[in-house]
Ligand binder design. Sequence first.
Ligand SMILES: NC(=O)c1ccc[n+]([C@@H]2O[C@H](COP(=O)([O-])OP(=O)(O)OC[C@H]3O[C@@H](n4cnc5c(N)ncnc54)[C@H](OP(=O)(O)O)[C@@H]3O)[C@@H](O)[C@H]2O)c1
Length: 253
Amino acid sequence: MKALVTGASSGIGRDMAVYLGELGYDLILVSRDENRLKETASKIKTNVTIYPVDLSGMDNCFKLYDKFKDEDIDLLVNGAGFGLFGNTWETDINKEMKMIDVNIKCLHILTKLFLQDMVKKDKGRILNIASSAGFLSGPGLNTYYATKNYVTKWTMAIYEELRKIKSNVHISCLCPGPVNTNFNKVAGGSFTVKGLSSEYVAKYGIDKCLKNKLIIIPGTMIKIGLFVNRFSPYKLSLRVVHHIQSMKKKGNG
Ligand SMILES: NC(=O)c1ccc[n+]([C@@H]2O[C@H](COP(=O)([O-])OP(=O)(O)OC[C@H]3O[C@@H](n4cnc5c(N)ncnc54)[C@H](OP(=O)(O)O)[C@@H]3O)[C@@H](O)[C@H]2O)c1
């Protein structure tokens, strides 16, 4: 068994890679930071290849696919991603364009190219790491929430396309709330609610993915929150989320 994991140098992607190693998967670890990829690799006992690359470059995403397309990947985990706190008129547009490149375009390219091969072979699975943000609008962390909406909606539609042709290929979407990783440091904010551990979320996500679950939401509070949100008026939901993001930005948690 072989898995390719992007975002494998840190947080959820790293912990998924380590857990997949424990399950017996050989691994291809992808992100920019070669040293941290080596650190992840040192925790894994199965065969590991590291591939340091900036996934905000679209050419790099195509090259990544070309490099590993013949490796018979059983599981693709699209874990690379980041956010940026701030009001929409204040945040750095260049960082946001890179965010769209990594969170949306890279995930789109890798999912689509590996999916084409998997459908031909009628085997394989893909786990896209979205977020609970993928079901909400996110004033204060707006572009990030919007990118994750793309991931949830796009992944759900693929699930239905695969179901319709009775494919043995499976696709899942992990939608956690706050998780204790480098995310806040990179995004320039802090959580007001207690985050789940990255190890727990990683293991939970992989276990549910291997059971062919479409939407995977770790943690009871987030499950309840998202359920209640479905029946809440839009403007109330916006106020609640904005309040949470504003508090995050000030670090009042
Ligand atoms: N933490 C949370 O609260 C939370 C909640 C829900 C969803 N998520 C999602 O979970 C995923 C993993 O995030 P995390 O929380 O584990 O954060 P993290 O610890 O900051 O990890 C992010 C990973 O993405 C990689 N990455 C970022 N930009 C990249 C680029 N341009 N090219 C290649 N790799 C890049 C980073 O590697 P390098 O820096 O080495 O490139 C790192 O391995 C993300 O998609 C995030 O949106 C996080």
